[in-house]
Design a protein around this ligand. Sequence first.
Ligand code: F6P
Length: 339
Amino acid sequence: MNAAIRSVVRTALDLDMSVVGFKRGYNGLLMRSKDQNDDFEILTARSVSDKIHRGGTFLMTARCLEFLEPETQRQALKNLRALGIEGLVCIGGDGTYKGAQALNDLGFPTVGVPGTIDNDLAYTDFTIGFDTALNTACECLNRIRETSDSHERASMITVMGRNCGDIALNTALACGAEIVMVPEKPWSLEEVAERVKWGVLRGKRSILIIFAEGALSSLTSDLAAICARYENLKDISVRHVTSSQIAMIIEALSGHETRSTVLGYIQRGGSPSARDRLLAIRLGAYAVELLHRDISGVAVGERGLKPVHVPFEDVQKGTHAVDEGLSQLIDVMAVMTRK
Ligand code: F6P
């Protein structure tokens, strides 16, 4: 996000516009801090120096559920007008876009820039942050593979992505994982266990299982029935099953030692990859150019390396569904096709 903010600021200055940065997302627009300097700041070329290689966002970020309410949106609009702001670049994911769309519908020009590790916006090939998160996940997986290999165990690694399996699928392919579970595709614990057994039979010393954090939503197995069959699984509450419990179930069904690691927020920090920086720079600049040309109510992105902008209402239209080809390639690369 820092690279995107830097790009917005420097493009705007180049077009003779001045820039104000709001802090903590939409919370900043509401200007409720005791010290107003804590809500926004004027951004100069120097404000964004030494930021391009830093993870996170120096403007800070926060969820603002209140911003779904029309009254809150009108208050933000009043504040923006009072400050003499003429347009807003909103960097974030689906939630951010909803707020941006609402402001635009109220007559305030907004443009969205896709900043989320999840890569869950259908209209753009990639979102800013996805590549860095993927690289971080891969680095962690390389380490886990080494211990898994030495101990001849299966390892289940939970990656982020909310309701999108992109981080999981791409991590699996890039790291040679044997099994991947994603929210977009039905899967069963019985089948996962079979695949673990099959991998062991094929002489695999380590088996990597990538579990997308939202994948429980597409589980087809009868969890309660499975847990009732095993003494050590009897206490599992099937409504709140954790990653380590899923690993325990796989172990029980496959008879193969299975450990769980949840990567968590480690995926959301760290110096951005070159690919992410380049995307952030291109998209930040494009968003400002659009505002300058009086085009708003749109989100910017890229399709086949070409810049695109689509109306906010169309951001989930497109074909960003699970790529069958990718799943197949994961199987081929891990020698997990049944031949
Ligand atoms: O949307 C990015 C993301 O990291 C998701 O992958 C994850 O589900 C969620 O945010 C976590 O949200 P929070 O920071 O509120 O815990």
